[in-house]
Write a protein that binds this ligand. Structure first.
Ligand SMILES: Cc1cc2nc3c(=O)[nH]c(=O)nc-3n(C[C@H](O)[C@H](O)[C@H](O)COP(=O)(O)OP(=O)(O)OC[C@H]3O[C@@H](n4cnc5c(N)ncnc54)[C@H](O)[C@@H]3O)c2cc1C
Length: 380
């Protein structure tokens, strides 16, 4: 295969955003994926598409703030309709005893730079979302949160990367990363070796299998998340809704469907790239949703789907250079909230590759933070 300076392994939204930013910086980049991303059963193919800044901590909040600045003009930058809507998000509570914790979170996020987030009482939230349950007493309201279409976004990054010279190789699984003298030489694929100097591992929950080939171990594990959507309904809900303690995220997408997620489990065998819906997750999440929006009682659910996500030990992404092996970076472990971050992750990883130095915003989420972890540090 034709050599590239950098090979990105994994064409989900993260790998695609990285490939796009590298190509934009003039780097000779190739992206390989085992399937045609965003494939079914992957996180980017299944994502709920929430683009939120609130309810994030530490470096993830910094990345989210940067990502939102990029999201603002992303559709024109990629020349693609990503169905991005910046109509706000409310994370609701139905019990006044939860107010102190909610206030503390809001104060922490405002201190961290998210000035758009504030406390709203139930009546104000019902003015924004007229169908919201009377049980809701308050919530955190962030008007610059929103949602976008994850499949369009992934494809948008890939096409824009291709237009800037990136070579996209679907149906090209990375079987191994070949090295000589402690340096990367090539990515091995069934079509032959793809020579390169730098590799970015962005294979979601399948990244640990590649790390193993490199003699490394990081505390990243697969988790299967489930979604469902109703029939198309007249447009009534503009913001995204969450509900503390009930594991729900709810939005109405431009086609009219209400899309329900929030961490409900699916099941399957990630090693076989196989995932199934759990009917109990559908029943339970539907019961929760009608508690939040009673007007949805009787609205038919027409579709449910699942996707594998990579979860890190501390629920923060794992982004940076792999200690001990020159020329390998990782971007995985997004723990159920990486879609919104993708534009900033792409930008910062490309900056790390081009500048040869990890940007400050990525330092707290580097793989080296696990070195002292009993669950296993990077061993190269
Ligand atoms: C149901 C669900 C709902 C979510 N909702 C939200 C949300 O509302 N907001 C939010 O911000 N985040 C959300 N997330 C999280 C977000 O979608 C993910 O963090 C993000 O999509 C991760 O993208 P990725 O590119 O790292 O992984 P993936 O999309 O899984 O991509 C990994 C790619 O690697 C490829 N691959 C695997 N092995 C190999 C190999 N050996 N060689 C080549 N290619 C390989 C796969 O085919 C795949 O295309 C959700 C996730 C799920 C599952």
């Amino acid at each position: 295969m034709k050599a590239a300076e950098v090979v990105v392994i994994g064409g989900g939204v993260i790998g695609s955003a990285i490939a796009y930013n590298l190509a934009k910086a003039g780097v000779d980049v190739a992206l390989c994926d085992r399937a045609h991303p965003p494939a079914g059963g992957t996180a980017s193919g299944a994502s709920a598409g929430g683009v939120r800044q609130q309810n994030r901590v530490g470096a993830e909040l910094d990345l989210a703030l940067r990502a939102i600045a990029i999201w603002r003009d992303l559709e024109s930058e990629l020349d693609a309709d990503l169905l991005y809507r910046r109509d706000g998000m409310a994370i609701c509570i139905d019990d006044e005893r939860l107010l102190p914790a909610l206030r503390r979170r809001i104060d922490g996020e405002r201190a961290g730079g998210l000035l758009d987030v504030r406390l709203a009482d139930g009546d104000e939230l019902r003015r924004i979302v007229p169908d919201l349950s009377r049980e809701i007493v308050a919530g955190s309201w962030c008007e610059s949160d929103g949602h976008a279409d994850p499949i369009r976004t992934t494809i948008g990054f890939q096409r824009a990367a291709g237009a800037r010279g990136a070579r996209i190789h679907p149906d090209t699984p990375a079987l191994d990363v070949l090295r000589a003298g402690g340096r990367v030489q090539a990515v091995l694929t069934p079509q032959g070796p793809l020579p390169c100097r730098t590799v970015v591992l962005a294979a979601g929950p399948w990244t640990p299998a590649l790390l193993k080939k490199l003699g490394c171990e990081l505390p990243i594990r697969p988790g299967c998340l489930q979604m469902q959507a109703t029939a198309a309904m007249p447009a009534r809900l503009r913001p995204v809704l969450g509900w503390v303690g009930h594991g729900i995220s709810l939005k109405q997408v431009p086609g009219g469907a209400y899309v329900v997620g929030g961490g409900w489990p699916g099941r399957g065998e990630p090693e076989r790239y196989q995932a199934d819906v759990i009917p109990e997750s559908m029943r339970k999440s539907a019961a929760v949703v009608v508690g939040l929006i009673p007007a949805l009682v009787g609205v038919p659910v027409v579709r449910a789907w699942v996707g594998w996500e990579s979860f890190s030990e501390d629920d923060q992404p794992v982004i940076g250079a792999l200690p001990g092996i020159e020329g390998v970076l990782i971007a995985a472990g997004f723990s159920g909230h990486g879609f919104a971050l993708a534009p900033a992750v792409g930008e910062q990883v490309a900056r790390a590759v081009v500048g040869g130095k990890i940007p400050d915003v990525l330092r707290p989420v580097g793989p080296d933070r696990f070195a002292a972890s009993p669950a296993g540090g990077a061993k190269a």
